[in-house]
Design a protein around this ligand. Structure first.
Ligand code: ZN
Length: 327
């Protein structure tokens, strides 16, 4: 028996300078670096995974810092904003923190009855924080090295897809088990471009918003490379793969990504989708307490460690300020 996707698994984006990327996502936003690895298709570059304290599915924002790539432009066929959940009442904290760290942010907007604080990361990647009630039994585990528990980011809220022709994409979302929640002329969107919200079954990374657009985009720094959805088991993944295959998309065979197993396909609107299993997980090759502490080279790359390390730019992972010593 297989189930429809509970929601987003991870979102992978393109950054420029790896140190600047680490500093922002670890120190300013307070996510945990749960895996420091390489791009398995381009081993001379990093792949950073930022998530909650335990790398829970639905919390990991990952980056390819491709220093030589040009600045991208968000447009049709792309994820135009990735939003994260924060506890209700914490947006004042975040605005103060952004002022302190010199992060530009926009005015808060109301969408589907929720308040969103839109901002961008140092590469210009459009992101946002959405204030939500976090239940006591929430599956995410806050990482509190830089941001107090009551304000910490608690995984994904949503992605917004910009599409020239939304219809074929929404058929794919329905085939994956997402339900249409409603359509509105949302605050902050171009007048006439009505936003339609789809919801998955799980509590984290639940929503996909679809927004029509005529502007074309270009992949580069500050854009999303792909969005992955949770298919917890291999059976779930096979069933979803089969469901989308009937809609004229061409999913790959299952690929072993070491911390999860993946199937990729480009949905009809042009966005690269991935279906990822929940296991083996980020703690399958290093202890939970040590996640992100060292460069992890999956499988066959370990024997080339010296050569790979020589090619990578040196980076320093931000450390939380030491507690004041009693003397
Ligand atoms: Zn991925």
């Amino acid at each position: 028996m297989s189930d429809p996707t509970p929601g987003i698994h991870h979102v992978t984006c393109i950054a420029g300078d790896p140190q600047r990327n680490l500093d922002f996502w670890v120190e300013t936003l307070g996510l945990r670096l749960v895996k420091r690895s390489i791009n398995q298709d381009d081993p001379g570059t990093y792949h950073f995974f930022f998530a909650d304290a335990e790398g829970t599915p639905g919390t990991s924002m990952t980056f390819f810092p491709w220093e030589n790539m040009a600045q991208g432009k968000v447009g049709s066929g792309q994820v135009s904003r990735t939003a994260f959940r924060v506890p209700e009442g914490s947006l004042d904290f975040w605005e103060d923190r952004f002022d302190e760290y010199g992060v530009g942010y926009e005015d808060r907007v109301e969408r589907f009855g929720e308040t969103v604080l839109p901002f961008a990361d140092p590469d210009g990647l459009p992101v946002g924080l959405v204030a939500v009630e976090i239940p006591d039994d929430d599956p995410t585990v806050p990482w509190t090295a830089f941001v107090p528990e009551g304000h910490a980011i608690r995984g994904f809220h949503s992605v917004t897809l910009r599409l020239a022709d939304p219809e074929p994409t929404t058929d794919v979302l329905r085939a994956m088990g997402l339900d249409e929640q409603g359509t509105e002329q949302a605050q902050g969107d171009t007048p006439g471009n009505r936003r339609t919200r789809f919801a998955a079954a799980g509590p984290v990374g639940t929503y996909v918003d679809v927004l029509p657009t005529v502007q074309s985009g270009r992949q580069g720094h500050g854009t999303v490379h792909h969005v992955a959805f949770q298919t917890p088991t291999d059976e779930d993944q096979q069933a979803t793969r089969k469901a989308v295959r009937s809609l004229d998309v061409s999913p790959t065979r299952q690929i072993d990504r070491h911390w999860f197993r993946s199937v990729y396909f480009r949905e009809p609107g042009g966005v690269l989708f991935e279906l990822a299993t929940n296991g083996p997980g980020y703690d399958s090759d290093e202890p939970l307490d040590d996640l992100g502490g060292r460069l992890v080279l999956p499988g066959r790359f370990e024997e080339r460690r010296e050569e790979i390390e020589a090619e990578l730019t040196d980076v320093r992972v931000p450390e939380p300020p030491a507690a004041e010593a009693d003397d």
